[in-house]
Write a protein that binds this ligand. Structure first.
Ligand code: SF4
Length: 343
């Protein structure tokens, strides 16, 4: 099992060195025009995550691409006719696209865009944990490498995790859950399933601070609190709605409140404001976790995707996601269960 000290050392090793520089308006417009042209010329489609730069989300929308959470991205990519999928997110999303569409070219603007959950769950250490608990069904979060998925029975996203584990628990199955310990704890409390939890966490969602959110609620007593379940239990306890990024976006549209305190990554603001321009969104305050890394609700790896490296990858067709055939074959089993799961 991963120790907290090992996890923190690994996080520091994988952190991007600096934030990318923003282009000026003329440079930005020129890059956008060229990206649009290349997408058409190369029969490629942009599939972006909600946490990426708003400029890239907008470009995906305007060019017939897609913005969504990792489950929706996987479904969209598998069903789209383009020969090349440009996955703008973090590495595990590109790997999932390759597993589901091995015949397609999968490009990513940066192959160094990681995820703290993936970093915290290396295949060999996870294999040994599974072998020590071989009587259990292995359920892993989508935020894992292809090699970890290849060890699993099920892959889930936060939008279906509770329903899948409930379904398995009703059949009497005991569960290994990896890698997010806070999401695992949330699922356990909502299903009463017998679960062994891995020890990693999302450095962005683990940073939301319950005491500071309570203070903010005193100031904005008319605001509702939207919380992603990768947050700590004390933060989840303050929520009016707990859900995946897509579920929080939907709640912000459907609920009658005019003001929301939002405890998820800042990139979601683009879609929340676009869908409800009359509503007010306030980001939940954070405090640095014990790793000493401070993100302020901004995922450092998601923000490695820029217009510049998106343009470069469309010009060069470098940064392809390639995976061994045996890994694709094995990881497809839990991933297809995820994509096809309906309540
Ligand atoms: S926000 Fe958290 S879970 Fe999402 S990619 Fe970043 S580190 Fe991973």
């Amino acid at each position: 099992m991963l120790s907290s000290a090992d996890f923190q050392n690994r996080l520091i090793r994988y952190m991007p060195e600096q934030k990318p520089e923003k282009p000026d308006k003329a440079e930005k417009d020129a890059m956008i025009a060229e990206i649009r042209r290349l997408l058409k010329e190369k029969n490629a489609v942009l599939i972006t995550h909600y946490y990426t730069d708003p400029e890239i989300q907008k470009l995906a929308e305007e060019t017939g691409g897609f913005i969504g959470d990792s489950l929706e991205m996987a479904r969209f990519g598998a069903g789209h006719s383009a020969e090349t999928l440009v996955i703008v997110g973090v590495r595990f999303m590109g790997e999932s696209a390759k597993i589901l569409s091995p015949q397609k070219t999968i490009l990513m603007p940066s192959l160094e865009a990681e995820c703290s959950l993936d970093i915290g769950c290396e295949p060999e250490e996870f294999r040994s944990f599974c072998e020590q608990n071989s009587d259990r069904t292995v359920v892993v979060y989508a935020n894992t490498s292809a090699a970890v998925k290849a060890l699993a029975d099920w892959t889930v996203t936060s939008s279906i995790a509770v329903d899948v584990v409930k379904h398995l628990a009703q059949k009497g199955e005991k569960i290994i859950w990896a890698p997010d310990r806070f999401l695992g704890d949330y699922i356990k409390r909502n299903t009463n399933a017998d679960m062994l939890l891995w020890n990693a966490y999302c450095i962005v969602h683990a940073e939301f601070d319950a005491a500071k959110i309570e203070e903010l609620k005193q100031i904005h007593s008319d605001a509702e609190v939207l919380v992603h379940p990768e947050s700590q239990p004390e933060v989840i306890a303050l929520a009016d709605v707990v859900g995946s990024t897509s579920q929080l976006l939907k709640a912000s549209q459907q609920r009658s409140a005019r003001k929301f305190i939002v405890a998820t990554e800042t990139g979601i603001l683009y879609k929340m404001q676009q869908a409800s321009p009359e509503k007010e969104f306030i980001f939940a305050p954070t405090s640095s976790v014990s790793s000493g890394i401070s993100c302020e609700a901004d995922c450092p790896w998601m923000k490695m995707n820029t217009l510049q490296n998106l343009l470069e990858v469309l010009q060069s067709f470098n940064n392809r996601i390639e995976l061994p055939d045996d890994v694709i074959k094995r990881a497809l089993i839990p991933l297809e269960r995820m994509v096809n799961f309906r309540k």
